[in-house]
Design a protein around this ligand. Structure first.
Ligand code: ATP
Length: 240
């Protein structure tokens, strides 16, 4: 405290009898400078939250619900060369494009990362992230484990990595069967891949167990992670 600059002659009225305004003004005069209403904590930085996990664990389901309950988040729409599934909408679920269009984006360095997954290309357009972060929005990226590993190399600790996992292999397999999107061949590939993928949990910052019938709790936990990150004294800073 700047003891030397404090005026010694200021009379401070007794707090029991003075009005709030009188006391406030007297205290201001006594400390020798006006009380500032500037925020004491800096504004939190926009975050990049990478949500990943084995196939069929519920990444889309969690993100869909998060989109409904949380504002100020941009959910990155991934570009893909895979065919549209029933009910999917271009520009909302994915940007569906031809292989040639996708290869053009690779050549122009317009993708943050891309990969060939089960025979189809998937990638994250950079410009979308830049535009929304500039508006102060948090960014949620949904990627497979391979994508998360690549993003970790690119973004290091500047992004938050969340691993979504089912409570057990049994639950995961039943969820994949119930979804009715897979052939017996792709089911086998996805299960084998999921076994390998669970081993990557340690490369993530947080793990969220998406228990059967408890989607709401998983979404709440992801929200809590975002809130906790916003409250960090040393914020993550992203440049892409
Ligand atoms: N907590 C949960 N309880 C019950 N069912 C769930 C839960 N979370 C997701 N599901 C269901 O499990 C199925 C798979 O979920 P989803 O498609 O979201 O997985 P995904 O991780 O995005 O899969 P992929 O990587 O293959 O696209 C969906 O039918 C979804 O509705």
């Amino acid at each position: 405290m700047a003891e030397g600059r404090r005026p010694t002659h200021v009379h401070i009225p007794p707090p029991e009898t003075a009005t709030k305004a009188e006391l406030y003004r007297a205290l201001e005069a006594a400390v020798g400078s006006p009380f500032s209403s500037d925020p004491l904590a800096p504004d939190p930085h926009p975050l990049i939250i990478v949500v990943s996990g084995p196939s069929g664990v519920g990444k889309d389901a969690v993100i869909k619900r998060l989109r409904e309950v949380r504002e100020n988040i941009h959910f990155v729409v991934t570009a893909t060369t895979r065919g549209k599934r029933i009910g999917e909408v271009d520009g909302k679920d994915y940007f569906f494009m031809s292989k040639d269009e996708f290869l053009g984006m690779i050549e122009r360095h317009e993708l943050l990362e891309y990969a060939l997954v089960y025979g189809d290309y998937k990638g994250i357009p950079k410009q979308q992230i830049r535009d929304h972060m500039a508006k102060g929005l948090d960014i949620v990226l949904r990627v497979d484990i391979q994508g998360a590993a690549t993003l970790r190399r690119i973004l290091r600790n500047s992004a938050v990595f969340v691993f979504l996992v089912a409570e057990s292999e049994d639950a995961l397999v039943k969820r994949l069967i119930d979804r009715k999107t897979e052939t017996k061949e792709t089911l086998l590939v996805r299960i084998a891949t999921a076994r390998e993928e669970v081993k990557h949990m340690e490369e993530f910052d947080y793990v969220v167990v998406n228990r059967e019938g408890e989607l709401e709790n998983s979404v709440k936990l992801v929200e809590s992670i975002i809130d906790a990150e916003k409250a960090k004294v040393r914020q993550r800073t992203v440049t892409i």
